[in-house]
Design a binder for this molecule. Structure first.
Ligand code: PTJ
Length: 250
């Protein structure tokens, strides 16, 4: 238990979710290390959603709301961090989830699928009826025939660069969440949200609700057409640079 009065409460609470995910057999032990890398970048970004991250989140929502076959790829970290928010987003948008793991085992896939269903995700694909994507040197190559394989838009928070590249080469729109703005995933995805996953997912729920209520297809098309991922990433580089400069000049 962590007291809410602790100055690092939010960060410690997220760590606890991952440790609990690990104890349940959902998160891989490597996932704990990956989270630490994310935390380091979040420190540099000021541990809050930047303006450019919010813009990327809005564009990601525009892609998902206008896709023919969208899918959300969930791994052991994202399942442990925000199962409720993922379920809320899926309910609002009617988008299915596919459990797709880097450190894949049938046992973990099944546990994560059951966990998400218990939180209310209506459609969870397991990739157990899978095909292998070419040019992906990991277990993430195994994708569900009805899911990532046929999807036109894939939301892949905490993706690895290898597969992000392979999915974009296949002509799919890849939407990633990655606190590391210089990762291969960040550089190769169609839209990279440089933000902490739980914050980004929460924003996605709010934005999807708003964009759906507005019901303006032209606006969604404009959001997609005017977005440049590298320009958006540059804003993250500048945000980190400004923050460090301000500290150095204090
Ligand atoms: O559950 P599995 O088997 O699919 O494994 C999942 C991990 C995350 C272990 C696997 O995909 C992996 O090894 O990922 P990487 O290549 O380490 O990449 C994870 C990226 O996510 C890193 O660039 C981190 O900075 C970033 N990251 C970690 N935690 C967060 C994050 N970005 C946003 N929000 C986070 N909470």
């Amino acid at each position: 238990m962590v007291s809410e009065r602790h100055p690092r409460y939010k960060s410690l609470a997220l760590r606890n979710k991952l440790v609990s995910g690990y104890e349940k057999g959902i998160t891989s032990v490597h996932g704990l290390i990956a989270h630490g890398r994310g935390e380091a970048f979040d420190y540099l970004l000021g541990e809050e959603t930047t303006e450019n991250a919010l813009e990327a989140t809005k564009v990601a929502c525009a892609y998902l709301l206008t896709a023919a076959h969208p899918v959300i790829s969930v791994n052991g970290n994202t399942a442990a961090l925000a199962p409720k928010t993922i379920a809320e987003f899926c309910t609002i948008t009617n988008i299915p989830v596919e459990v797709n793991l880097f450190y894949r085992s049938v046992e973990r896939v099944t546990k994560i699928a059951d966990y998400l269903r218990a939180y209310g995700v209506a459609e969870v694909m397991t990739g157990l009826d899978s095909v292998e994507l070419a040019n992906v040197a990991s277990e993430r190559a195994k994708v569900d025939k009805r899911g990532i394989f046929t999807a036109d838009v894939v939301f892949v928070p905490l993706e690895d660069g290898d597969r992000a590249q392979a999915l974009t080469r296949l002509g799919k729109v890849v939407l990633a969440v990655d606190l590391n703005p210089i990762s291969r995933t960040a550089l190769t995805s169609t839209v990279t949200i440089v933000d902490e996953f739980t914050r980004a997912m929460k924003n996605m729920v709010g934005l999807a609700k708003r964009l759906q209520a507005e019901n303006q297809p032209d606006r969604l098309d404009t959001l997609k057409a005017t977005f440049d991922n590298f320009d958006n990433l540059k804003a993250s580089y500048t945000a980190i640079q400004r923050r460090l400069q301000a500290l150095a000049l204090r």
